[in-house]
Write a protein of this length. Structure first.
Length: 428
């Protein structure tokens, strides 16, 4: 079972821990044991208004006491060597400890690369970790690693939104991971959460279709309190799995996106995009049938509806390969002026193999070529449909009804059979 962090609107440590805890429906007692050696307590905030959970590390009396001459141990910055030594005081499972160490090393490597750009490269062990090296940062890394180690399957993350900033530590850490980041103004992602995902999660370009088993929500407490919670989804991938179909003969072994297999049967990773508009002209709506396929859509439907204040409007529904959904949604917004596009996951449960064949029909003494669309399921012929434009051209030249020309073409293919031979559809 996969656990997926939807970080497209940013991710912070309290929300990440809260969402993972909420999705697994686990007690926070284990996290308190993990962080006991760091002179802090775990504070779990369950927000009834959002149905979300936040995990924070509260101060204790010991935090204010002198610790080897440092009156503020929670804010002390450690080097990688010191951070790894302090991590040994955390009561982590072996797999969690290994994961936490990898996060710290990755963070140090990211900061080292950043310092090297400024001409101040140090040895990795001596790299300072101002965010992760504090008690709070180490507690966060250890707790995320503990929760991830207990998962029944991999941890995945969508592309992570990061606010452009002079301190690009979060972005630098993400660049060491195998998932993408999006620089988005006014979106803040915490460096501890980003580093934890970079070290512990694999990336997915989009949310895959899941047989959903559990959902967790993490409250955002470090930024906008009214922002939507961070969402974590747990479930089994449906159909082609995490956006890919198995490799077949002739593949390079990595498989290909099912939505990229044109005309192939089976499942396809798709998204359904929807928006409602009440001020778009009929010309603009009609043009969507051309502009959206140009952006990657495979189907466009416009339906009349009654919107707010009883205004007449339209629902625009678009089907697009998941890999193209962002581009299609942006094109839809630009064409219609809508302020929002809803995305729904979908997958074809049954899709026959499709092809286009050319047949000939005879009218009088003349023969004409007409393309027909053919759908097959293995050796079974599912459907034959003549191309309207070809049939219309023949109808205009001969004076026959379009439907009669279409029937001739479809019968010609059925008489000929799927194997191409010298027989034509003549005779009618």
């Amino acid at each position: 079972m996969a656990t997926i962090v939807d970080a497209r609107a940013g991710v912070g440590l309290p929300a990440l821990l809260g969402a993972l805890l909420d999705a697994a429906d686990r007690s926070p007692d284990r996290l308190a044991a993990v962080t006991a050696g760091l002179d802090g307590t775990v504070d779990v905030d369950r927000r009834a208004d959002q149905g979300a959970v936040a995990v924070r590390f509260a101060r204790t009396d010991a935090d204010a006491s002198d610790n080897e001459g440092d009156p503020h141990p929670r804010t002390r910055t450690r080097t990688l060597t010191d951070a790894l030594a302090t991590l040994d005081d955390c009561d982590c499972a072996d797999a969690a400890a290994d994961g936490a160490r990898s996060v710290l090393r990755l963070a140090a490597s990211a900061r080292q690369a950043r310092a090297g750009d400024d001409g101040d490269r140090r040895s990795l062990d001596a790299v300072s970790l101002p965010a992760l090296g504090t008690d709070r940062g180490l507690a966060g890394v250890a707790c995320v690693a503990e929760l991830v180690a207990a998962l029944d399957g991999p941890l995945l993350t969508t592309p992570v939104a990061v606010e452009p900033s002079p301190d690009r530590f979060a972005l630098a850490a993400a660049e060491h991971a195998d998932w993408a980041v999006h620089e988005v103004p006014s979106i803040t992602s915490g460096p501890v959460a980003v580093a934890a995902l970079a070290g512990l999660a694999d990336g997915v370009e989009r949310l895959p279709t899941l047989d959903l088993r559990a959902t967790g929500y993490g409250a955002r407490v470090d930024g906008d309190a009214e922002a939507d919670p961070l969402r974590v989804l747990c479930g089994e991938p449906v159909g082609v799995g995490l956006g890919r179909r198995p490799a077949t003969a002739g593949d390079d072994g990595a498989g290909t996106l099912a939505s990229d297999v044109v005309g192939d049967g089976g499942h396809a990773e798709l998204s359904v995009l929807e928006t409602t508009v009440d001020d778009a002209t009929s010309e603009v709506l009609g043009a969507l049938q051309e502009t959206l396929p140009d952006a990657g859509a495979v189907d466009v439907t416009v339906l009349p509806l009654t919107g707010k204040r009883s205004r007449p409007g339209h629902l625009v529904r678009v089907v697009a390969p998941s890999a193209e959904a962002d581009r299609v949604a942006r094109r839809l917004a630009r064409e219609t002026g809508t302020l929002g596009v809803l995305e729904l996951g979908a997958a074809h449960r049954y899709r026959p193999r499709r092809s286009v064949e050319t047949v000939t029909v005879t009218v009088g003494d003349e023969t004409y070529a007409v393309d027909v669309k053919v759908a097959t399921d293995g050796d079974e012929l599912v459907d034959v449909s003549a191309e309207f434009e070809d049939a219309l051209t023949v109808a205009r030249e001969t004076g026959d009804p379009v439907r009669a020309v279409q029937r001739r073409a479809e019968r010609a293919y059925r008489d000929r059979g799927p194997a191409a031979d010298d027989r034509s559809g003549a005779g009618e």
